[in-house]
Design a protein around this ligand. Structure first.
Ligand code: C5P
Length: 220
């Protein structure tokens, strides 16, 4: 019988990109397949947790036994997460949240002016930092962030961990993993670092998610 180290625990995961509409046919989004977050939700459910997955627009099937809530914008993701977070034991933020949104979403499609007139300028407003907001709750769940950095990975990831006030951050090692099925992770907490897969190299996202969940279950 498989061990269930997260039995009785509630775990909340965000995954995928957010989509910030400009008008009814256009929007701003981030690169993210959602695969890592969905794999984590699946691994957590396998480990016996009660899992809620808040997902941006992705093309992925809901893992067995996972409660899924679909959202589009960062603000919707924020509202869904903040309403659920106070009852959770763990919050894992894998979503690639858009940092800014168009300050206003136009009701009708923006039209090209006849005769080659000027291109529109889109004013932007800042989106809330969902992970930092959860970490600031009076009795927060154990918060795990993800970081994709293009340079000085460890330094930037750890700075992000401290800035957001979270105990653990997971950095994506190596080249961009968008849409790929394999990855390698670097876990950074206040005591140090640990690489997954333990054996080195890369591993498929589900095996990594299972290793991460095993690691996490020892921290609660
Ligand atoms: O600050 P940065 O976007 O690089 O931080 C990445 C981490 O913060 C990820 O865990 C991501 O899911 C989370 N995040 C968030 N809300 C935002 C921006 C990032 O929850 N608005």
């Amino acid at each position: 019988l498989a061990p269930k180290p997260l039995r009785g625990r509630r775990l909340l995961v965000t995954a995928g990109p957010t989509f910030e509409p400009i008008d009814p046919v256009r929007g701003i989004t981030n690169h993210s397949s959602g695969k890592m977050g969905f794999a984590i939700a699946r691994a957590a459910a396998e480990a016996g947790a009660e899992v809620t997955l808040v997902a941006g627009p992705v093309q992925l099937a809901t893992p067995r036994g996972v409660q899924r809530l679909d959202v589009q914008t960062a603000q919707q993701m924020h509202d869904a997460v903040l309403s659920l977070a106070p009852r959770q034991d763990v919050f894992i933020a894998t979503a690639a949240v858009a940092d800014w949104r168009p300050a206003q979403s136009h009701e009708h499609k923006l039209k090209k002016a006849e005769g080659g007139a000027t291109a529109p300028v889109i004013a932007m407003a800042e989106n809330p930092d969902i992970l930092a907001a959860v970490a600031r709750l009076p009795d927060p769940p154990f918060c795990v962030g993800f970081a994709a950095e293009s340079e000085k990975l460890e330094e930037h990831a750890d700075a992000k961990r401290r800035r957001k006030g979270i105990p653990l951050i997971v950095a994506n090692l190596g080249p961009a993993t968008f849409g790929r099925d394999d990855n390698a992770l670097l876990l950074i907490d206040e005591r140090g670092r640990r690489e997954l897969p333990e054996a080195g190299g890369r591993a498929d996202k589900l095996s990594l998610a299972r290793e991460l969940i095993r690691d996490l279950s020892t921290r609660l």
